[in-house]
Design a protein. Structure first.
Length: 103
């Protein structure tokens, strides 16, 4: 299973700022290893963030995202003590889901 995401969510003035650091290799499929063989593509395809059962962010990604991607977004309505959950799925069927408490 992939390493946990590092999620920080902070509420201020009726908005929640969320910062997420994901551990993922994000291979494009265009690089070659030391022997000259292509490294297979392995990248996050979809990221979803939910709060109170509502989707507050949905993103479709491709190969142009950097290794160990960082994502920051803001949404309205969250309060301190509530949970936000972030989930990603990649092109090899791996999935990771983590949550954080809003501070």
């Amino acid at each position: 299973m992939p390493d946990p995401m590092r999620i920080r969510a902070t509420a201020k003035n009726g908005e929640v700022n969320v910062k997420v650091l994901m551990a993922h290799e994000m291979e494009t499929g265009q690089r070659k290893d030391a022997a000259g063989k292509p490294i297979p593509a392995h990248f996050i395809k979809q990221v979803t963030a939910t709060w109170q059962g509502k989707v507050v962010l949905s993103a479709n990604w491709g190969t142009a995202i950097a290794k160990n991607p960082f994502l920051e977004f803001t949404f309205k309505g969250g309060k301190k003590g509530e949970k936000i959950q972030v989930t990603w799925n990649d092109n090899k069927g791996e999935k990771r889901s983590d949550e954080a408490t809003i501070n």
